[in-house]
Design a protein around this ligand. Structure first.
Ligand SMILES: [Zn+2]
Ligand SMILES: [Zn+2]
Length: 285
């Protein structure tokens, strides 16, 4: 059995449509594939409708989280996609653009600059409002000469006086919400240090105590030492160990099934989950 528990489709930042992705997964010789788009289950219906014979689809998502200023990802499997609390949190993460921009406008106003929300939304037009639009408003008001001059600590740079962070879920809250929706929670690529600071082992231990089910160990962003360390930690904490490609279509170099999950671990995930069931292709089990 070849099991790949982490892939992305065009529902988030992958390049294969969900239906195309499941067909490619079957063609790549996978028995099980999980669709785990960032903060959305939008691709589930198309993937479910297209599962080919011989493949089983695991529905999931990869939730954007942050702990003590460190961004991290939490994989969620087989949760009930309609469960209201987890659904609201996914929407909050996705639909955070407007409140975030409004928050930056409010901070700039507090700094004595007469910027308005109407001005920023006029600048954004039909586009989804973001930091560059707020920066353009500062240019219009003559506060800074150019947009890039607004991206400093005085104004909108990360950590700047008028900066507002993106909404990301506290991982302990994510675990609680995933479990509450009948799902299984697996910390994605916890040792991916190339992406920035990583969460300390003490925090992973606390997450394990809070109900975390597993850690993704076999992943392209982990070198051999990191994998060995995480495997040891998982054993110590009684966590499941998964492996996966984190496939993004042509956006990244990895191929489907580049890393895989042990069938016993997969079996345990399906036993723990009660929010949704794996979807076998026609004639599958
Ligand atoms: Zn990730
Ligand atoms: Zn991912």
């Amino acid at each position: 059995m070849r099991i790949d528990l982490h892939t992305h489709s065009t529902a988030s930042d992958g390049t294969d449509a969900p239906g195309e992705l499941v067909r490619k997964a079957a063609a790549a010789g996978l028995d099980v594939v999980a669709l785990t788009d960032h903060d959305t289950t939008r691709g589930h219906a198309e993937a479910i409708a297209a599962v080919p014979e011989g493949l089983t689809l695991v529905t999931g998502a990869e939730l954007s989280c942050r702990l003590d200023g460190i961004s991290m990802h939490m994989l969620a499997y087989l949760f009930d996609a309609e469960e209201p609390a987890l659904l609201a949190e996914r929407e909050l993460v996705r639909d955070d653009r407007v409140p975030r921009a409004r928050g930056m406008v409010a901070k700039i106003q507090e700094l004595g600059v007469p910027v308005t929300w109407e001005q920023v939304s006029r600048i954004a037009g039909d586009g989804s409002v973001g930091r560059p639009h707020v920066a353009s408003a500062l240019v219009e008001l003559g506060v800074v000469p150019t947009v890039s001059d607004a991206f400093t600590q005085d104004w909108l740079a990360d950590g700047g006086r008028a900066f507002v962070a993106k909404h990301e879920t506290d991982p302990f809250e994510a675990i609680r919400l995933i479990k509450g929706a009948g799902g299984v929670a697996v910390f994605a690529h916890p040792g991916a240090s190339k992406r920035g600071r990583t969460v300390p082992e003490t925090a992973i231990a606390e997450m394990a105590a809070a109900g975390l089910d597993g850690v993704e160990v076999d992943h392209m962003d982990h070198d051999a030492d990191t994998r060995a360390r995480l495997r040891g930690l998982a054993k110590e904490l009684g966590l499941l160990v998964t492996g996966s490609s984190d496939y993004h279509g042509s956006r990244k170099t990895c191929v489907l099934g580049e890393y895989t999950t042990d069938p016993e671990v997969y079996g345990e995930i399906t036993r723990r989950a009660f929010g949704a069931f794996p979807v076998p292709g026609a004639g599958g089990v």
